[in-house]
Design a protein around this ligand. Structure first.
Ligand code: T3D
Length: 262
């Protein structure tokens, strides 16, 4: 734990709050390391059955803290490839590889890498007042944190290029209409809606949910034929889970299943 993020683990939900509200939760090195450690914990601990990521204050995350990139305070141009590989990419890889659902509750503006970290999550709820901004082009950078991948796949090339080249803010309702996020919800209801979904996932068949995530992700690069193989392999694993047996028995008993996440 560190001051730059807040962590709670309750009823199987690891809630991570980015906590630098005076900087709209922009990333400094400490927050990078703390966020990565939190996702590593989600990976390592069986008690964690769902992750919920949100931001403190009025913003979700404004991307990299530009205070740490002020050319007037540096000896020469930074190697941003190195900073991406050191700080952002390991966390993004952890989010995608985590075989548990990751929910983003985008409570306010999500800019630059802040937008793209949200888009790397599995289910994105956004407050209706939230905006997604590919801010990179405004400061002479190009998309990172998986944004070029997510935008192209979720929206297609025309909208991906439009957002990335113009840096025009995309409102939450438009993001939902375009299929970029799961749902835009009333601001006052965001956390209740996101937490209810997290609770449902955390009491769900974790193995099956994790395999579902993996199958959908694998489809992005697979042929139909290869994807049938992925489904076969994942269903083989799911079919051996205790939760699958419980699901079928509960069906015949006409009761709600009690999944254990095993
Ligand atoms: O560097 C590497 O390692 C490579 C990786 C790069 C990844 C990236 O994310 S690059 C993109 C970095 N982010 C941006 O360029 C976004 C910059 N911020 C903005 O454009 C705006 O702040 C927003 C559109 C996000 C929000 O606008 P608004 O009007 O709602 O708020 P504001 O007044 O601009 O910001 C409030 C405060 O947060 C303000 O501080 P102040 O004046 O009250 O003391 C502002 O400076 C600060 N803030 C916002 N974003 C950042 C930031 N401070 C440092 N870094 C930020 N990214």
């Amino acid at each position: 734990d560190s001051d730059s993020i807040l962590l709670t683990l309750s009823e199987g939900v690891l809630e991570i709050t980015l906590n630098r509200p005076e900087r709209l939760n922009a990333f400094n090195d400490e927050m990078h390391l703390a966020l990565r450690a939190a996702f590593q914990r989600a990976h390592d601990e069986a008690e964690v059955r769902c992750v919920l990521l949100t931001g403190a204050g009025r913003g979700f995350c404004a991307g990299q803290d530009l205070g740490d990139r002020d050319p007037r305070k540096m000896d020469g141009p930074p190697d941003l490839g190195h900073t991406l590989e050191t700080f952002y990419n390991p966390t993004l890889r952890l989010i995608r590889a985590l075989e548990k659902p990751v929910i983003a509750a985008v409570n306010g503006v999500a800019a630059g890498a802040g937008a793209n970290i949200a888009l790397a999550c599995d289910i994105v709820f956004a407050a209706k007042s939230a905006r997604f901004i590919q801010a990179f082009s405004k400061i002479g950078l190009s998309p990172d944190a998986g944004g070029s991948w997510s935008l192209s796949r979720l929206l297609g090339e025309a909208r991906a290029k439009g957002l990335a080249l113009t840096a025009e803010p995309l409102g939450a309702e438009q993001a939902e209409a375009w299929g970029l996020i799961w749902k835009a919800v009333e601001d006052a209801e965001l956390m209740a809606v996101a937490r209810a979904q997290a609770a449902t996932f955390a009491s769900g068949p974790t193995r099956g949910l994790g395999l579902t995530k993996m199958s959908i992700q694998a489809a992005a690069t697979n042929s139909f034929d290869a994807q049938l193989d992925v489904e076969r392999d994942n269903q083989r694993i799911a079919g051996r889970s205790e939760d699958y047996a419980e699901g079928v028995i509960a069906f015949f008993d006409k009761r709600t299943p009690e999944f254990k996440g095993k």
